[in-house]
Design a protein around this ligand. Sequence first.
Ligand SMILES: Cc1ncc(COP(=O)(O)O)c(C=O)c1O
Length: 408
Amino acid sequence: MATTNPNYDKLQAGYLFPEIAKRTRAFLAANPGVSVMRLGIGDTTEPLTPSVIGGLHRGVDKLADVKTYTGYGAEQGNAGLRAALAKRYASMGVELEDDEVFVSDGAKPDSANIQSIFGANNIVAVQDPAYPVYVDSNVIAGRTGAWNGSGFDGLVYMPCTAANGFFPDVPQGKVDLIYICSPNNPTGAVATRAQLKTFVDYARQNKAVIIFDSAYAAYISDSELPRSIFEIEGAQECAIELSSFSKEAGFTGVRLGWTIVPKRLVCEDGEAGKIHRLWNRRQTTMFNGASNIVQEGGVAVLSDEGQRESARMVAYYMKNAKVIKTGLEAMGLTVFGGINAPYVWVQTPQGMKSWDFFDKMMSEAHVVGTPGSGFGPNGDGYFRLSSFGHAEDIERAVDSIRCHLRIS
Ligand SMILES: Cc1ncc(COP(=O)(O)O)c(C=O)c1O
C-alpha cells in the first residue's frame, strides 16, 4: 500500500504566488475594464543580448553537424563553462579548481536539492524573511515540525529587521545548516564583508555549513560589497555557493546556474572532500546535465562582450529600481533595498499587515506587489516591489501609486 510523504501536508496551503494570482483575479472580476500593473514577480522581461543569442545559435548549429553533434554531456557541466566560471571567481580573488564548479539548470533546483546530502537531524537556520525554497525543501525533507501559525517548529528563524539592517546576528545556539542570500530576496539588503565574516567564524567554530545564494550578485555596484562568500577568508571550509544566469543575463526561461562545492569544505562527520563527493554523487545519480545548447549561451554570457551586454541589462533594471525607490520615498514611504539589488522593500504605512497593504495597493493604485509576510514572519509589515519590467510599465505603475495610493 503506497502512502504519500506526510511532510507535504505541513506546507502552508496557500503558497504566496497562487494567492496573489487568486486575489488579482477576484479584483479584476469585480472591476471590469480595470487593468492591473504588476510589480510583483521577480521575472526578467528584456530580450537576451546579441552575444548570448550568438552563443545559443552556435549550440544549435553544432547539433546540426555529425562532426560536432553531442548527446549526453557531463552531469557536472561542460569543461569550458566550468573553467570560465572558475576564471570569473579568480577575478574576484577566489581560487577554485574547475571541478569544484557544478553547472546546473538553475539555482532554484540546486537550492532545493542541496539539503539532500545532509543528515535528517541537522538543525536548519534561515534568514527571516527568505526566499521560500530554503524553508519548503527542508519541510519536505522532514527537518521541521508542524506549521505553528507563524513559522515551522524546529526551524531557526534569524530575524532580518530594519534595526539590524536586514542582516541577522549569528544564531544563539548551535545550528548545522545556514541559508544566507545576498543580495537578498526579498529585502534587497547586501551583506558586508564584516557581516559575512561573523557567519563564517560561527560556521567554522560549530562545523556548520553555510548555503550561500548569490543569484543577484551581478546587481552589486558597490565595489566594497562581496559578490561571493568565498571572498571571505576561510569560507571554503564552511560554505557552498549557489548562483545563476537567470537575473544576470535574462536566463529565467533558458535555465542555467551553478553551485560551488569546495573540496576543503568540512562538517561534523565529513572530512575535506566528502561533501564535494556527495554532491557529485547526487548530481550524477539524479541529474543528466544542463542543456548543451544553453551551456553555449552561458559561455557567451561570460565572454568580455557578453559581460558588457549583461552589465547594460542589469543597469536597465537598476534604473527601474531607482524610479520605484525615489518615487515612493517622495511620497513619504520608508523604503529599503533597490541600490545593489533589484528588489525594493517597502515598509507599510501605519504598521499595516502586508496582505492588507496588498489589497489597498491593488484597489487604489491598481498595482500588484508581493506581501512581505509571504517570505516569513518578520516580512509582515513590508511589501516587495520588483524592478524587473519594461521601464515604461514601471514608470506608469509608480505614477499610479503616487497619484492614487492614500497613505495617511
Ligand atoms: C534568491 C533566489 N535564488 C534563486 C532563484 C532562482 O534562480 P534560478 O532561476 O536560477 O532557478 C531566485 C529566483 O527568483 C531567487 O530569488
